[in-house]
Write a protein that binds this ligand. Structure first.
Ligand SMILES: [Mg+2]
Length: 126
């Protein structure tokens, strides 16, 4: 089964790096889309089927935490596997991410850490 992923991060360089690691990981990828903020990310998640969303926290217009809360409020997206990836590692925020049923990975990370977190996020939801 192909895994359709959406990478939501306001840094084009961060998105590029995540996409590259996903492709190198040997995962059965389908489409890998990108969005530059939470507003665009939510629109894309509502418009097409995804199997995983990888979200940055600090973004303009709608940040990753607000996006995650919105995702959990949409019936079709309620159980979408989400991995939050951020330099923002305060305990309160990480706690909130976990309450909303998402994985958390701190930036910067090694490629293998991202792959492991992705596999866990996908596996934990099925
Ligand atoms: Mg950011």
């Amino acid at each position: 089964m192909a895994i359709n992923v959406l990478v939501v991060d306001d840094s084009a360089m961060a998105r590029k790096m995540i996409v590259r690691v996903l492709h190198m990981a040997g995962l059965p990828l389908g489409t890998v889309g990108e969005a530059g903020d939470g507003v665009d990310g939510l629109a894309q998640l509502e418009a097409a089927e995804h199997d995983l969303a990888i979200l940055d926290i600090n973004m303009p217009r709608m940040n990753g935490l607000d996006l995650l809360a919105r995702i959990r409020g949409v019936a079709r997206l309620r159980s979408l596997p989400v991995l939050m990836v951020s330099t923002e590692g305060s305990d309160v925020r990480v706690e909130r991410v976990k309450e909303l049923g998402a994985g958390f990975l701190r930036k910067p990370f090694a490629p293998e850490d991202l792959v492991e977190a992705v596999v866990e996020a996908i596996g934990g939801a099925s």
